[in-house]
Design a protein around this ligand. Structure first.
Ligand code: SAM
Length: 379
């Protein structure tokens, strides 16, 4: 059976998520914050297991125009919910509404819930209430410009939860965004990699997972694993594939460093939890002391932005010092994400390329400085 699937994406990362979906072998279409594709049960397992930059994978149960509550009710009831939801399903309904006649989210949720209950009642010939003590099917009704999209979440916790984060610093990067930052670079696993503001180690850990082609979801569970219509053999197959495709023998030279020794310890714990204990090394160091022994490396980093009152001056001074140290390493490519609009001036060099990205709600630029190409590199 083929399902309409949606990989949801943070704003600005859609093209990267789409590339990942295509690399899994599924044709897809890109819309605002969502990538749609068709696939079977294995596609659900694979996409959850492999998508590094998507937020969640959802099933699109139905999509239709709805201008009135009656329409919303009838069209929701017409969807064959029994194909997804067993008699004991727990099915909370959440909602959102943008630019639509039906703007009361709580009413829309209640109507969708009622319509699904009616549909299931007549299918399961039930006269009493559903106990809802079985597997979880999180339904969402999303209204955008009077189009209602009804989805069922297959992921459970968001896909950024890889299962390795035991601790974090003050401003940890979401794992999905960290992976995207690495995927936007010219890094290949043969080249040295460094994050000199590593915090809790997210970027370095994501780089190591990418470098060894380890599926980001390999060490976690997904809510759809408890659904009876996806046989456990499908999940076994997806995990076996992931195991086959991992390149555990790929050597890596990945270093994370931070001025704060507590961050170094947290990074080490997280990397250990990710099973990458020996592959990524962390040390206490100021960016001002960056002095790599090798050429043609790649820096991907998320320094402090200095957004808090009083921090800005110190951060700007640090950016200047950072430029003085990093610019002379002209074989290194440097990729820095910050919200500071004066970054290039402070760093002392215009970026090769910039890309607008959101870190949560903070608008940032991803400043990209391409280093000299390594000999025989065909980037
Ligand atoms: C925004 S956080 C990085 C968060 C990280 N990406 C994560 O996912 O946890 C910035 C980090 O830069 C570190 N830092 C600040 N000034 C530094 C400097 N001069 N040299 C090195 N690290 C510094 C801070 O200790 C902090 O951990």
């Amino acid at each position: 059976m083929k399902y309409d699937l949606i990989a949801t994406s943070a704003m600005g990362l859609e093209s990267i998520v789409a590339k990942e979906v295509r690399e899994l072998g599924y044709e897809c279409e890109v819309e605002n914050s969502r990538i749609t594709f068709k696939g079977d049960e294995l596609a659900i397992a694979r996409s959850n297991m492999w998508l590094r930059t998507a937020d969640r994978v959802k099933i699109k149960a139905g999509e239709f125009k709805a201008y009135t509550f009656d329409e919303l009710f009838e069209k929701t009831k017409a969807i064959p919910w029994e194909q997804f939801l067993p008699e004991n399903a727990e099915f909370p309904v959440s909602g959102k509404s943008q630019k639509s006649k039906l703007f009361s989210v709580s009413d829309c949720q209640a109507i969708v819930k009622k319509a699904i209950v009616e549909r299931l009642r007549s299918h399961y010939k039930k006269t009493s209430w559903f106990e809802e003590n079985g597997p979880l099917f999180k339904v969402e009704v999303s209204l955008v410009k009077d189009v209602a999209t009804l989805t069922i979440d297959t992921s459970g916790s968001g896909l950024h939860k890889r299962g390795y984060r035991v601790d974090q610093g003050e401003a940890p990067l979401k794992e999905t965004l960290a992976a995207a930052l690495v995927m936007l670079t010219n890094w290949t696993p043969e080249r040295p990699f460094s994050d000199p503001f590593c915090g809790s180690g997210t970027i370095a850990i994501e780089a190591a997972l990418i470098g060894q082609n380890i599926a980001p979801g390999f060490n976690r569970e997904f809510v759809s694993e408890s659904w009876d219509w996806i046989p456990s053999s499908v999940w076994d197959q997806a995990r076996a594939e992931a195991e086959d495709l991992a390149k555990y023998d790929q050597p890596l030279d990945i270093v994370g460093s931070d001025i704060d020794h507590r961050m170094v310890k947290i990074s080490e714990e997280n990397a250990f939890e990710a099973g990458l204990g020996d592959l990524v090394s962390f040390k206490q160091m100021r960016v001002q002391d960056f002095n790599p022994k090798k050429d043609y490396g790649v820096i991907v980093s998320n320094p402090p932005y200095g957004e808090r009152l009083g921090d800005r001056k110190a951060v700007e001074q640090m950016y200047k010092e950072m430029g003085k140290v990093l610019v002379p390493f002209d074989t290194w490519s440097v990729y820095i994400m910050t919200s500071n609009e004066n970054f290039e001036k402070l760093y002392g060099k215009p970026a090769t390329k910039k890309r607008k990205l959101f870190n949560g709600f903070i608008r940032t630029d991803y400043y990209q400085y391409w280093g000299k190409r390594p000999p025989r590199d065909n980037r």
